[in-house]
Design a protein around this ligand. Structure first.
Ligand code: ADP
Ligand code: MG
Length: 243
């Protein structure tokens, strides 16, 4: 497998705090890669730099073999790199269906004028069906449970037909049934060719779903390997036990 995403020496400081400290790892095309690490180890900051929400102080990001360091999030989205947020970001004042529609890049004016291409209309219908959300299509996102909002956010990023999806804690604050649903949809899309990089604290979820696992500690990668090796790695145990 070839690397779809390469992170090399990525660094970001907030004042005197080095949140990400020369982090390097690769996400192979076709993998479901996990990024784990204790709270505050820099996982979200890394996601923010990879997806154009923060500019790095140093280092490189390559996507599909091209340098994309510091590229804007919109431009990356257009190239097939997208993400969800630790606190799900959906438009609560729009309906479920409208959330999917704006994710296709339509302006609010086009949205309210119902000027959608047939292909996009079909894609919205397919996603509503696939995510079993047809019955809530006309509900405002504000009326959904937190878990349903996370699912909607995931469905919405798929409107761009991405090659790589970064999920920031997809199961956090979500009930067990919804966790299983989330896992099902990740597997389905992975089967259809989408590559994933997932930040997650639920270890059974990571062990079932992800290979390889990259471990971050104080902003730097300390381990990258198969899931069965991670639990017995002394550097990883030390990082989690705080010694
Ligand atoms: P993780 O996602 O692994 O829990 P984060 O990337 O959110 O970690 O945070 C890494 C460190 O950087 C933490 O100490 C956090 O408090 C700090 N941090 C994150 N974002 C900011 C910010 N915008 N300003 C200042 N400090 C920040
Ligand atoms: Mg985080």
């Amino acid at each position: 497998m070839a690397a779809l995403l390469e992170v090399e020496g990525l660094t970001k400081s907030f004042g005197s705090l080095r949140a990400v400290d020369s982090a390097s790892f690769a996400v192979e095309d076709g993998s479901i890669t996990a990024l784990i690490g204790p709270n505050g180890s820099g996982k979200t900051t890394l996601f923010n730099m990879i997806t154009g929400y923060l500019s790095p102080d140093g280092g490189h990001v390559r996507f599909g073999g091209r340098e994309v360091t510091g590229a804007a999030s919109g431009s990356l989205y257009g190239r097939g790199l997208t993400r969800t947020f630790q606190q799900a970001r959906v438009f609560t004042q729009l309906t479920v269906e409208e959330n999917l529609t704006v994710a296709a890049g339509y302006s609010w004016r086009q949205l309210f004028g119902r000027r959608l291409s047939r292909a996009d209309r079909e894609r919205v219908a397919v996603l509503l069906e696939e995510f079993r959300m047809s019955h809530v299509a006309d509900l405002y996102a504000s009326e959904l449970s937190y878990g349903q909002r996370k699912l909607l956010e995931f469905a919405a990023v798929l409107m761009s037909q991405p090659r790589l999806v970064l999920l920031d804690e997809p199961t956090a604050g979500v009930n067990p049934v919804m966790i299983a649903t989330m896992e099902h949809h990740i597997r389905e899309r992975h089967g259809a060719g989408v590559t994933f990089l997932i930040v997650e604290h639920d270890m059974p979820f990571v062990m079932r779903l992800c290979d390889p696992v990259v471990v971050l500690d104080r902003g730097h990668e300390i381990f990258a390997g198969p899931p069965h090796a991670v639990q017995s790695d002394t550097r990883v145990l030390d990082a989690y036990l705080g010694s």
